[in-house]
Design a protein around this ligand. Structure first.
Ligand SMILES: Cc1cc2nc3c(=O)[nH]c(=O)nc-3n(C[C@H](O)[C@H](O)[C@H](O)COP(=O)(O)OP(=O)(O)OC[C@H]3O[C@@H](n4cnc5c(N)ncnc54)[C@H](O)[C@@H]3O)c2cc1C
Length: 379
């Protein structure tokens, strides 16, 4: 039987980053995933994600963003490939928007200049927009388009022969973890489970805390193509009211403006990647673009579906829910990662580092914010 120190099951952005950190540190690690870069499966697939320094979800994420940013810059300089395209992030919402206020507070808390703007200033600076005069607006610098397809390819190429491209099952043992694939049997001293939407299936005790939702994504043919190109158009997140947040990107790949609803779609299973996003699922996006970003509005020319995995709110402390799980699994040599909601991608280098340390440094604990003990069943 083949042996290794650490097995990483699932090589999306989280597992891929963890495997990279382990190999860099000289750990005898192996990764397992039947899905490779360029696939249309796995929550990390597709060309891009938003990198934000200031996260309206919780100011606790600012440090993680900074740590991850350093990791992305390092990957960029070592590979010579474009991993990040620095791009301002415009966040706007109806008067009193909690999203805009939280993002603004997170920026101010770091001593940065107040990122607030009037809607009129934003419309002037970014002519594709037509935000109502009374809307709240912030424009944060330090944002970027994260080129996730490039990153996934770099991670896989770097791990090279340390990847077994097969589905893996695991059996926890007192002294380690047995891993089985169609062609290999491996004994690992520890195993990281970075299985994205499939995590609840692998650990049924966790399933009740994880909701997998179907998320529609569209590309729109812009009515004013010159107004939506990188440099003249920001990443945007528009809070139109309860359960109606729409985000989008500049047309940086001549494919149209990628835009999508951020509110959760229907709960589905981890293998439910079809059918393609419908016009009805993208209606709120079409309406938001027509009303608020007319330069980007136009017919839908491409579609995709991705899955969010949303963690339940903690029941023994206050949190808003959807915080990541990065922790050891009780009474085992397993490490679990669920950073698969709608905003995990940007943090992958920082999360990979935490996963690698959990697997190799017995004295290390991830921040309490990410621990399973926030749920009474694990306390
Ligand atoms: C529509 C959408 C938009 C998003 N936008 C943003 C954004 O703008 N900014 C941001 O920061 N984040 C964003 N996210 C979130 C981000 O993409 C996810 O947090 C991240 O991709 C999760 O990565 P992961 O590695 O946890 O999961 P995945 O990428 O799903 O990886 C899990 C892997 O496990 C593998 N696997 C499953 N079962 C097995 C098995 N038995 N054996 C071996 N391998 C297995 C799968 O093949 C898969 O590759 C978005 C997500 C979606 C869906």
């Amino acid at each position: 039987m083949r042996k290794c120190e650490v097995a990483v099951l699932g090589l999306g952005l989280m597992g891929g980053a963890a495997l990279g950190k382990l190999l860099e540190a000289g750990v005898d690690a192996l990764g397992f995933d039947p899905v490779g870069p360029g696939s249309d499966r796995g929550s990390s697939h597709g060309s891009c994600r938003i990198f934000r320094r200031f996260n309206f979800e919780n100011p606790n994420y600012t440090g993680l963003s900074d740590e991850a940013h350093a990791g992305w810059i390092r990957l960029q300089s070592e590979s010579g490939r474009t991993v990040l395209t620095e791009t301002p992030v415009l966040e706007a919402g109806r008067p009193g928007s909690a999203m805009v206020a939280s993002s603004r507070a997170a920026a101010i808390a770091t001593g940065r200049a107040d990122p607030v703007m009037t809607a009129a200033q934003a419309n002037k600076e970014f002519p594709a927009f037509n935000l109502p005069g009374d809307w709240d607006v912030v424009v944060q610098d330090g944002g970027a388009i994260l080129h996730t397809d490039v990153i996934m390819r770099l991670m896989r190429a770097r791990a090279a022969t340390r990847v077994i491209a097969e589905l893996a099952s695991f059996t926890p043992r007192r002294d380690g973890v047995s891993i089985r694939t169609a062609s290999e049997e491996v004994f690992a001293e520890r195993a990281i489970l970075a299985l994205g939407p499939w995590l609840g299936r692998a650990l049924p005790e966790l399933a009740a805390l994880l909701d997998v939702t179907r998320q529609a994504v569209g590309w729109f043919a812009p009515s004013r193509a010159d107004s939506v190109v990188s440099g003249r158009f920001p990443i945007f997140i528009l809070d139109r009211g309860p359960d109606d947040i729409v985000y989008g990107f500049p047309d940086f790949e001549q494919r149209g403006v990628k835009a999508a609803p951020h509110n959760h779609g229907p709960v589905v299973g981890p293998d439910d990647w079809g059918p393609p996003a419908s016009d009805a699922e993208l209606r709120s996006v079409s309406e938001a673009l027509a009303a608020l970003v007319p330069g980007a509005a136009g017919p839908i020319i491409d579609r995709d579906v991705c899955l969010y995995t949303n963690t339940a709110p903690a029941d023994i402390r206050r949190d808003a829910g959807e915080e990541f799980i990065i922790d050891r699994w009780p009474e085992s040599r397993l490490i679990v990662c669920s950073a698969c909601s709608g905003h995990g991608a940007k943090f992958a280098p920082a999360i990979g580092q935490r996963l690698a340390r959990l697997a190799t440094d017995p004295s290390y604990q991830a921040e309490p914010f990410f621990q399973l003990s926030r749920y009474s069943q694990f306390a």
